[in-house]
Ligand binder design. Structure first.
Ligand code: SAM
Length: 270
């Protein structure tokens, strides 16, 4: 007979991770687990927890095992069809919200929405906005739509490659994107959570700048006068991204650093 406490030991994981898996399977909060550490558990949930723990020991990300991740204070459902939203992407949302702070009913576009984390966070923070989001992955859009419904966000979704996904009419006050920007030869792709995330969400299969280049090249035709484009990128890509923005005609081009002090988000206005 297993109890919560013995099961934590059997998982062979850091205690916090073991507890997260048990909470998930038993559908009980942390406080319940702590108060019922010596209660006998039924065999079925024990088997399920041990199976998840085995996957976790193989490296499967916790977010995929429990099926969700917090972003901007909201709980997003995630599956292996989508990138797990990262804390550093909250900077992109913050910058985007600041960019439209003085505009009423702004039109905002999120290119490559994945779980919908950016678009939905924008829509929830600015209920007066028209928020549009695109992705090349139908499976990702299905996850994003489910998240919008669960969180009560109003977002218009379009399937296709970058701007090609959009209907022809309409321009935006803000375009935000966290595109795949990892160089195809970057060793990080073979490490940690990245091994389990969709390759098309991580890398362009080239130098890491292809998607950034395409998004910058098409931005002018989709922004209103004074509109802004903000892009997340690798810590070592700020300089080329700034150059591309200036060449495309953007002004007031600048880079923001994330909580770790790394240059992560670059943008400018038309
Ligand atoms: C780094 S993920 C970002 C996901 C989400 N915006 C986030 O920040 O968590 C990049 C996303 O771009 C999408 N993507 C890749 N190539 C694309 C393309 N050509 N057109 C549109 N979306 C694309 C991927 O499917 C993926 O969902």
């Amino acid at each position: 007979m297993q109890t919560v406490d013995t099961l934590v030991q059997m998982c062979g994981l850091p205690r916090l991770e073991a507890r997260m898996l048990i909470e998930h399977v038993l559908r009980q909060p942390r406080a319940w687990l702590l108060a019922h550490g010596t209660d006998a558990l039924a065999p079925e949930p024990v088997t399920t927890v041990l199976s998840l723990a085995a996957s976790r020991r193989q490296g499967v990300p916790m977010a995929y095992l429990v099926g969700h991740r917090e972003f901007m204070g909201h709980r997003f459902t995630v599956s292996p069809d989508v990138l797990i939203p990262r804390p550093e992407t909250e900077l992109l949302v913050d910058v985007a919200l600041t960019a439209v702070a003085t505009r009423s009913a702004p039109a905002m576009l999120d290119l490559g929405t994945g779980s919908g984390a950016v678009a939905i966070s924008l829509a929830l923070a600015r209920p007066d906005a028209r928020v549009v989001a695109t992705d090349l992955s139908v499976a990702a859009l299905t996850v994003a739509q489910g998240n919008a419904q669960a969180l009560g966000a109003r977002v218009q979704w379009w399937h296709g490659s970058w701007y090609e996904a959009l209907p022809s009419e309409g321009r935006f006050d803000l375009i935000a994107s966290n595109p795949p920007y990892i160089h195809m030869d970057d060793a990080h792709l073979q490490q940690g959570d990245l091994r389990f995330e969709p390759a098309s969400a991580l890398t362009d299969g080239a130098d890491g700048l292809t998607a950034l280049r395409q998004i910058i090249a098409g931005a002018c035709a989709h922004l209103n006068t004074g509109g802004q484009l903000w892009l997340e990128h690798g810590y070592d890509q700020a300089e080329p991204v700034r150059q591309m923005l200036v060449q495309a005609g953007f002004a007031v081009v600048r880079t923001e650093v994330d909580l770790a002090g790394l240059p992560r988000v670059t943008g400018g206005s038309l």
